[in-house]
Design a protein. Structure first.
Length: 335
């Protein structure tokens, strides 16, 4: 989480100038296809900066899915009913699957899974700030579904139209599953709010109080402080700006909070007739950058858990490789 793994930081925002006439022609063809809204595929010629930007974003996204299993995993053994436990297990399993699709999509760009995981485990790669907050109560599992997965869907549906085909196609399936994740969280909270005790309602409100602002921050820094947005939008990787998506999310949550009967912890949240959107309070960007920089409530714990899982799984990887080598030897002997 501490620095950027894919060495695009510090480079100018403009794409690098093509080196030769041939490259210039390739670049022009690429730009024309982007302008026409065509998908770019793995075997096509890609500008280097486009490739690096995609590897950066897709690998960060994959890491987020992997690390995102940890906060909820904390509640698997303490889920209140068998039904909730089964739903939670299925959801966590989905997150692992999302990570795998995304690592595969990034691999089509010429980076290996080992390189990406090494960047995560050594603290060079980023993952979503949201997963560095603790899950203190069962209500947090519902709130993560409602707010965190809700924010993820808002951000990720436009990625189904991302200009890079393998990423866009992975996102179609991921978004379908994220939609189930959001609904199960909302449902879990609704049951507690409508059929629960006063203590359960208070637990939900406390959870929403803690997760609201970190969820609003998930969309990334404000547009005028987002170094990657201009080129990512020019290339059709991002279809909407960070602030546009954040605003859509806030607008949607206001009505959902009314249905749930919870207060969103922002006294400045109010409908602005002129803008046809909700105004909101000041976001604590110092907190955001602290968490992104590795100093959030759970950064060290999350990274240590991922490294331990990797180390504990070494024998499985070794056994799989030994088995594959043995099979290959048998096939050679038969041939
Ligand atoms: N957490 C950590 N880092 C963040 C961040 C966040 N919430 N938001 C932005 N950043 C980082 C960026 O990665 C970038 O750092 P880098 O240049 O070193 O890579 C820096 O802050 C500046 O931000 P930009 O706005 O310039 O960066 P982007 O243009 O890449 O936009 C983004 C950030 C909107 C998160 C974009 O990368 C994106 O849409 N990514 C794909 C979706 C994704 O990764 N979501 C993460 C959550 S996944 C999830 O929630 C799983 C689900 O199951 C719940």
């Amino acid at each position: 989480m501490y620095t950027q793994a894919m060495d695009t930081m510090g480079k100018p925002l403009q794409a690098a100038a093509p080196a030769s006439a041939q490259e210039e022609a390739l670049q022009q063809r690429f730009d024309t296809r982007i302008d026409a809204g065509e998908f770019i595929e793995a075997k096509d010629w890609l500008p280097d900066h486009y490739r690096k930007t995609l590897v950066r974003q897709i690998s960060q996204h994959a890491h987020s899915e992997y690390v995102g299993m940890l906060p909820e995993g904390n509640w698997v053994t303490r889920a209140p009913t068998l039904k909730r436990k089964a739903i939670l297990l299925a959801k966590i399993q989905d997150e692992a699957g999302h990570g795998l699709y995304l690592y595969s999509a990034a691999e089509t760009l010429g980076t290996s899974r080992d390189q990406m995981l090494d960047a995560l485990h050594s603290g060079r790669a980023k993952y979503s700030s949201i997963f560095n907050y603790p899950t203190l109560s069962w209500a947090d599992v519902g709130t993560i579904g409602w707010l965190v997965d809700g924010a993820a869907i808002m951000n990720q549906v436009p990625l189904c139209r991302c200009s890079y085909g393998p990423y866009a196609r992975a996102m179609v399936r991921i978004c379908r599953e994220e939609s189930f994740h959001q609904r199960q969280g909302f449902d879990a909270l609704l049951v507690m709010m409508q059929q629960g005790t006063d203590a359960q309602r208070a637990m939900v409100q406390d959870s929403v109080n803690r997760w609201w602002w970190p969820s609003v921050m998930m969309f990334g820094p404000p547009d005028d402080q987002s170094p990657n947005s201009a080129l990512s939008m020019r290339w059709g990787i991002k279809r909407n700006s960070n602030d546009e998506l954040r605003q859509k999310f806030i607008d949607a949550c206001v009505d959902q909070a009314k249905v749930l009967g919870v207060q969103l912890p922002d006294p400045d949240l109010k409908w602005n007739e002129e803008r046809q959107h909700h105004d909101h309070g000041v976001i604590d960007w110092d907190e955001f950058w602290r968490v992104v920089g590795g100093d959030g409530p759970c950064n060290r714990e999350r990274l240590a858990a991922r490294v331990k899982a990797w180390d504990d799984g070494a024998w499985v990887r070794e056994a799989a490789l030994a088995h594959a080598a043995k099979e290959a030897g048998r096939e050679r002997a038969v041939a």
